[in-house]
Design a protein around this ligand. Structure first.
Ligand code: SME
Length: 161
């Protein structure tokens, strides 16, 4: 059998983690640590959650690993983060300097992926990963980050935040 790729290894570790923890919060904390620690191009990894009942709707920073960001609260009409949450679609930006929606977190960031989290069919938050490398989020990585968002969404449905 060929040796497993880093992405495959991390994916199975995440699956085990999701089985082992008892809340979505615990999973999110452990997930950002694991992704940031093991995936060499994932230089900032964090969750934003939709504030319950907020009008206008607001994304609020939750578990994260990497440098503190100035963007702790993001309205849905701002940033790559706002675009992913309001459309319910994954957004991949290969070169953030070319995307007028981009809100800078670190001057070193070159590319970014934001994947919405769904619970009971509704967007409840998102997983955001920034890289110091351009075009870091190839289809293989999009798959991994989307898998992570799915695991957290399931946990939110079964165990709550
Ligand atoms: N770059 C994001 C803001 C969040 S920071 O990257 C952590 C955006 O454009 O929405």
């Amino acid at each position: 059998m060929p040796p497993a790729s880093r992405v495959e290894e991390v994916r199975s570790e995440l699956d085990e983690l999701a089985q082992a923890v008892s809340s979505a919060q615990e999973l999110m904390q452990a997930m950002v640590k694991l992704l940031h620690g093991r995936m060499l191009k994932y230089n900032w990894v964090g969750f934003y959650m939709l504030e319950p009942g907020a009008q206008p709707p607001m994304l609020v920073l939750d578990a994260f690993e990497g440098a503190m960001t100035p963007h702790v609260r993001i309205p849905l009409n701002q940033g790559i983060c706002g675009a992913a949450a309001s459309s319910g679609q994954t957004v991949v930006v290969d070169d953030v300097s070319k995307d007028p929606r981009y809100l800078a977190c670190s001057l070193e960031t070159k590319s970014e992926i934001v994947v919405p989290l769904f619970a009971h069919g509704k967007v409840v938050g998102e997983l955001d990963v920034d890289s110091h490398f351009a075009a870091a989020f190839t289809p293989e990585h999009q798959d991994l980050v989307q898998h992570c968002a799915m695991l957290v969404g399931k946990k939110l449905e079964t165990s709550g935040h």
